[in-house]
Write a protein that binds this ligand. Structure first.
Ligand code: SAH
Ligand code: SF4
Length: 403
């Protein structure tokens, strides 16, 4: 789906590189076992063939040639109709002494997307965890100005299999010794709820015990606030964690930081997320990127408390990762602690998140951006100027209120 989110996002900084031709064969990991069974049935094959393919696939096979329980003729028919892996090539960059690894995947048409593995060693009673952050789109139309993906603009939606295959990639890489992907978060490139069909299907595949097998509660869908998408999820009532990228409670500031706010205003987003919480019983996680002197004032903390008080909510404060071409810096530790204190004092559970993989640009979009032509200095300067002007209006509102 292409996306028109209105004008307010700054224009993309990077011209989209030309795309190659798509491979028309769908990826096998995007299919339910029933759909695969129907495909075999139409060819007069018994339904257990679908189970055989699924066994290979979900044990990590990336080539139909390796599906040796199938006769050669059938293997070749499967290969002509489907792809066992939709990721054509991947390069991996380690960081944080190997605890974080970032992958740049190339797709059939040459588009590049990113995923990240973050390992958290065992601590006290907690077992080792491995969280994988995956992309739902190549690029993103929402255009949040602090986000490296937002600077790329929108390239295209990912298919269900392209989403699932990122998780399969890391599962293979972790493989052995009983180590598995323990959590998956849709916090890579793209806005998941602007590619809702594929994201819902991919989430079903990832949380299906007969397929990827991740517990639904270990999957997080992060959204910048697409109200119809949240409502669609609510109707399905899954046990996924919903994360809402809030970044500002005051509408005038959120218009600048999350341009989608002009289409889906913050009050409607929080109302929709609250319905999700009520129907599913799952606490909603509100993400708040802390930007020095922009959204981290005590007035912003008070506005956040007023917005979320009494709701099934958890606030995650994240120091801005300085990867995009902004005039802004991450909040200082002191400002962060004061802000967290106000939120906590207002009765909301709050966590301060440490940035992972900063030196490899773990905020997704950066590696993909490095692949193409770089923006010119005047284009960067124009963008910074625009952001200064737009945020000044929102900040003036605070200064006047506090005077
Ligand atoms: N589009 C979705 C999911 C992908 S972005 C969304 O916006 O929720 C995942 C998270 O990374 C969001 O909370 C986003 O605001 C955050 N993010 C983007 N750029 C960042 C940066 N430079 N520093 C810290 N977090 C960032
Ligand atoms: Fe898109 Fe999320 Fe980045 Fe905003 S933060 S531009 S919604 S990927």
């Amino acid at each position: 789906m292409t996306t028109d989110v209105g004008d307010p996002a700054p224009p993309p900084l990077f011209p989209a590189p030309p795309a190659g031709r798509r491979d028309p064969r769908p990826g096998l990991s995007g299919l339910s076992i029933e759909a695969l069974g129907t495909w075999f049935a139409e060819r007069g094959e018994p339904s257990y063939r679908a189970r055989q393919v699924a066994d290979h696939l979900w044990r990590g096979t990336t080539s139909t040639a390796e599906m040796l329980t199938l006769p050669a003729g059938l293997r070749s028919a499967v290969d002509q109709a489907f792809r066992a892996d939709t990721l054509i090539g991947t390069t991996v960059r380690p960081s944080d002494a190997g605890l974080t690894e970032k992958a740049l995947h190339t797709l059939d048409d040459g588009r590049a997307i990113e995923s990240v593995l973050m390992r958290y060693p065992a601590r006290e009673h907690r077992r080792e965890r491995a969280t994988v952050c995956i992309s739902s789109q190549a690029g993103c139309a929402v255009g949040c100005p602090f986000c490296a993906t937002g600077e790329l603009g929108f390239w295209r939606d990912l298919s269900t299999a392209e989403i699932v295959d990122q998780a399969r990639f890391w599962e293979r890489r972790l493989g052995g010794g009983g180590r598995r992907v323990s959590n998956i978060v849709f916090m890579g490139m793209g806005e998941p709820l602007l590619n809702t069909d594929a994201v819902i299907e991919a989430s079903a595949a990832l949380s299906d015990p007969a397929r990827f097998g991740l517990g639904a509660r270990h999957l997080t869908i992060s959204t910048s606030g697409v109200v119809p998408g949240i409502d669609r999820l609510t109707a399905l009532a899954p046990q996924y964690t919903l994360a809402v990228s809030l970044h500002a409670a005051r509408p005038i500031l959120r218009d600048v930081l999350v341009p989608l706010n002009r289409r889906y205003p913050v009050a409607a987003v929080v109302a929709s997320a609250t319905r999700y919480a009520e129907v599913t019983g799952r606490r909603v996680s509100y993400e708040y990127v802390m930007i020095d002197g922009i959204n981290d004032t005590p007035a912003d903390a008070v506005a956040l408390v007023e917005l979320l008080r009494g709701r099934l909510a958890h606030v995650n404060l994240i120091p801005m990762n300085p990867v995009a071409h902004t005039p802004w810096r991450p909040s200082t530790r002191d400002r962060l602690e004061v802000f967290a204190g106000v939120v906590r004092g207002g009765g909301l559970p709050v966590t301060v998140r440490r940035n992972r993989g900063v030196e490899i640009g773990a905020a997704c979009g950066q590696l993909a951006a490095e692949m193409g032509d770089q923006p010119t200095a005047p284009a960067v300067a124009r963008r910074r100027e625009l952001l200064v002007v737009r945020s000044a209006e929102a900040l003036l509102g605070v200064a006047t209120a506090e005077a």
